[in-house]
Design a protein around this ligand. Sequence first.
Ligand code: S3P
Length: 429
Amino acid sequence: MKQSWIKHGRSLRGTLRVPGDKSISHRAVMLGAISQGTTLVENFLMGRDCLSTIACLKAMGAHISIKDDNLLEIKGSGLKGLRPPLGVLDAGNSGTTLRLLSGILSGQGFKTVITGDRSLRKRPMDRIIKPLSQMGANIYGHDGSCYPPLTIEGGNLRGIEYRLPVASAQVKSAVLLAGLFARGPTRVIEPVPSRNHTELMLQSFGADVTIRENSITLKPGPQLTGQHVKVPGDISSAAFIITAALIVPGSEVIIKDVGINNTRRGIIDVYRQMGADIRTVNQSYWGGEPVADIHVRYTGNLKATEIKGNTIPLLIDEIPAITVAACTAHGTTVIKDAAELKVKETNRIDTLAAELNKLGTGIRTTDDGLIIEGPRPLTPARVDSHGDHRMAMALAVASLVAGSQTVIENTDCIDISFPNFFELIKKLQ
Ligand code: S3P
């Protein structure tokens, strides 16, 4: 397993782009495969998770070719074009692949089994099994029908109205994607808004989708039509560069063309609240998605904050990065209402506290979040990502101020979402 060291103390300066958005990349290739005509996806994230989605779709006969420079071409075969796979579908480490594809598989007239790696096989699937069963799919998991592998016998679905018990874009998306294959409309009602890429992209592919406050209604009928999708830079990857620039003295970085969708930009608003010098400029739209350049400059006066409630889904994947920044901020930062962190690639409440505390931080866990006492001087140690890509990058960023003897174990997982992370950090140093 790969270990990494990173040069510490050197300021980060320069202009860069981060790879394409993971959530949008998954959705673009899935919708492309079930559309009619050709879909081109520019700036597709060639990370391990999105490659798992491609492999699963190809196993069902989808025509997907990887062209140069992160360009993907999908020759769609329409809503009825997928074929039964010969073996078990493997979603690898990717919850998005497994949960969103389950929505599509529930609409197919054949049986599939879908599974994943050790981490994914521990993540809860009852949250999708329940609504997809209500729609008429025969879908079962392991261990009380909660965990992968899932066996799905689809077809003959009916539309439902479903109130999500937790804010989860993956569950919302699974239900909406199944709704494409159902009789009658499907409505999903969210407790608080979660990332809305599925509904935006469904609209741009020609689906009949209406979005009203917390409810999204899809009326089946229209075939989807292949599109040209340009994927914005992933704000969840940019989060680690932004955080590095905020904590390493003398840093100043511009990240070009980052997606700043309202349902994803919580980190920018929270960092502003903490007193950071962070600005978005050159805003434009790529399809329905807002994009901007992010300028961030070290000032050395971050202050603690409270992060809770409706804000949590807007920055759920950025909490590892934000926690590192909070360790350097003045005062006590409280993160609550974030129990969903326990069911990510690792239990991020526990792993963040356990691993960052090895570097001398003052983090306590609660039932639904973290309490972070700052600032404390970080000191070198041997830390472990536990195979969680965002943990590995959070630890790498912390090591920039913790000292050069810090060793991060298990960093190969970074290519799940940000394959050139270390290369970009080195270029900025
Ligand atoms: C994602 C939704 C979020 C997020 C995950 C990606 C998506 O998960 O944490 O990394 O692409 O829909 P939940 O739906 O479980 O909140």
